[in-house]
Design a protein around this ligand. Structure first.
Ligand SMILES: [Zn+2]
Length: 308
């Protein structure tokens, strides 16, 4: 058992180009790789502790804060989701020091293929983290700017030509079709605003990211701790900040600061099958492989929460 408050999962791109995930429960970081193909159980205790002050709050505001801090922290200001409205220069930043450390620093405007082509921005030192958090299968920087405001203005100019949204349902229904991001970048460079100082990232290549997903759900059902405190199912994959279970998907980020108890699969003492081996795959009418739950279900298994 691991008990703690959730943060968005820590991510890492390994040498094989695969996204690796670590569940963060307070100070614990649990590698998720060992849970693939296993029954995972998360139970919300009913407690939510503000990510800033640690005080209990009856509701999570701005993804993980108490009401007071959602209203006072710069990180929770509207300009964070709408960077083109950064008001640091007007002298009205809620926390100028935080603004200097987080907004008045190098930002990258990028192109990503999550469910489809999209433009986005992020702090330059964490591009890969951002791409994995969004479930992008390919991404490439377009340009670098010296502050968040400029990144927002460049993004706004490019939004006239491509989307800035990820369709999360499409993201969880399959792998995105590959896109030639190099030529898309070429096409879009002409639309960069002239009155903004930027540095083109024409040297950087496409980053490809693979996600460990045994099979995607045909119909998406979302788990929600506010409606049902117990989320349980076989972990079929992780993409973006979503756990894909055979019982539904859950966006871990959405439940930042929720206190959750996670079962430890070391408690499951039965040897586990290799889920990617052929013996669990079948073909559908179009000859596409799918993960055959029927075959899996025939295996005798006893876990800490009963038999399935
Ligand atoms: Zn607080």
């Amino acid at each position: 058992m691991t008990l703690g408050t959730l943060s968005k999962m820590k991510v890492k791109l390994n040498e094989a180009g695969e996204a690796e995930y670590f569940m963060r429960l307070s100070s614990a970081e649990v590698p998720m790789a060992k849970y693939f193909g296993q029954t995972l159980r998360l139970e919300f205790t009913g407690n939510i502790y503000c990510a800033h002050c640690g005080e209990p709050t009856n509701k999570s505001f701005s993804q993980g804060y108490c009401f007071r801090h959602a209203k006072s922290l710069a990180a929770c200001d509207l300009c964070i989701v709408r960077p083109e409205t950064c008001h640091y220069y007007a002298g009205t930043c809620r926390e100028p020091k935080w603004g200097e450390e987080n907004c008045m620093i190098s930002h990258t405007v990028y192109l990503a293929n999550s469910s489809d082509l999209k433009v986005g921005i992020t702090r330059s030192h964490q591009t890969t983290t951002r791409w994995i958090d969004q479930g992008a299968s390919q991404a490439i920087p377009i340009c670098t700017v010296n502050r968040r405001l400029d990144a927002g203005l460049v993004e706004t100019a490019l939004k006239a030509h491509i989307s800035d949204k990820t369709n999360w349902r499409a993201l969880l229904k399959g792998d995105a079709e590959p896109i030639d991001l190099l030529s898309k970048r070429e096409e879009l460079i002409q639309f960069l605003p002239e009155d903004i100082e930027y540095q083109l990232d024409t040297e950087s290549q496409v980053t490809e990211i693979k996600y460990n997903v045994a099979n995607y759900p045909k119909k998406i059902v979302s788990h929600n701790f506010d409606k049902d405190p117990v989320v349980e199912g076989i972990l079929l994959g992780i993409k973006g900040q979503y756990l894909i279970l055979d019982t539904g998907v859950i966006n871990i980020r959405k439940f930042t600061s929720y206190e959750v108890e996670m079962n430890d699969c070391d408690e499951v003492s039965v040897a586990l099958p290799d889920l990617k081996s052929d013996s669990f795959l079948s073909r559908d009418e179009s000859q596409n492989y799918y993960f055959d739950m029927g075959k899996l279900a025939k295996l005798p298994r006893v876990g800490p929460y009963g038999t399935w």
